[in-house]
Design a protein around this ligand. Structure first.
Ligand SMILES: [Zn+2]
Length: 268
């Protein structure tokens, strides 16, 4: 099996505040260590299950020069490769080269989720995001990119709200590991990180060894994506020939499939 792991920060065990996940903030270095250790646990699990190739993509925009460069290189588990610096959802090479398994580590729930730790969709400026009229979050966006290339997401880790959203979006068969239960957006009852690492290692090993039946995620086609921003000034940078403005703070695009629509909207 060839395994690709996309890593975000907000759903990592022990993380409950922006201070831990935004570059330059007081506890950012602590956050990076926690993300790195969780990645290492996932890599150990994939190795244990005999994965042939393991690629980890750092997917967290922490701001400034640390965006997509959160993992601490010298602490990383060997026998895997790590992608740094590639903007969110743009590194699709493994998907094009026959990787069979996608895993989402440290993900978070969509904007508006009351008990979702650090819940948001893409940016605090996005009030709501819709795929074909349904409110969706980053799990659906990332799974839609993987699904376009025929790759299913077999495991999602994060807080309880994230695990629930993963099953609602990708189906009951997707495996989840819940590392914390949100009390609010900024409070959670957490497993000790070392306990979370054990669970993540075991879950990755299990899905690589015995992949659950999960279909690649493909929204109905043609596909319409809509962003409702929190304020009108965010609209302008998204407008161009095929993205149109719906009202003062909403843009929409329709294309032949999810990926084409996403790449039109998200020009990185
Ligand atoms: Zn993030």
């Amino acid at each position: 099996m060839k395994v690709m792991i996309w890593v975000d920060a907000e759903g990592v065990s022990g993380i409950t505040s922006w201070e831990q996940v935004l570059s330059g903030r007081s506890r950012y270095e602590e956050g990076r260590r926690l993300i790195t250790q969780e990645v290492n646990a996932a890599v150990r699990g994939a190795k244990l299950a005999g994965a042939k190739e393991i690629v980890i993509v750092d997917c967290h925009g922490s701001g400034g020069e640390n965006s997509f460069r959160n993992l601490i290189p010298e602490l990383l588990e060997p026998e895997a490769e790590y992608v740094f610096g590639s903007p969110w959802t743009t590194y699709t090479i493994p998907l094009e080269q026959g990787f069979e398994v996608a895993i989402f580590l440290g993900f978070h729930a969509k904007s508006g989720t009351v008990d979702g730790v650090l819940s948001h969709t893409v940016s605090e400026n996005w009030l709501n995001f819709y795929i074909n009229g349904e409110p969706m979050g980053e799990i659906a966006i990332c799974a839609g990119v993987c699904g376009h290339f025929g790759v299913p997401v077999l495991l999602v880790t994060g807080d309880a709200a994230t695990c629930k959203e993963a099953k609602a979006t990708l189906g009951e068969n997707v495996k989840t590991v819940c590392v914390k239960e949100g009390i609010s957006r900024f409070a959670a009852r957490c497993l000790a990180p070392q306990e979370a690492w054990k669970k993540i290692e075991a879950a990755v090993a299990e899905v690589v060894k015995n992949p659950p039946f999960v279909k690649p995620y493909r929204p109905n086609e043609p596909t319409t994506l809509r962003i409702e921003f929190t304020a009108p000034e965010y609209v302008r940078s998204y407008l161009h020939e095929s993205v149109h403005q719906v009202d003062e703070r909403t843009v929409e695009v329709t294309a032949e499939n999810f990926y084409a629509a996403w790449r039109t909207l998200w020009r990185r």
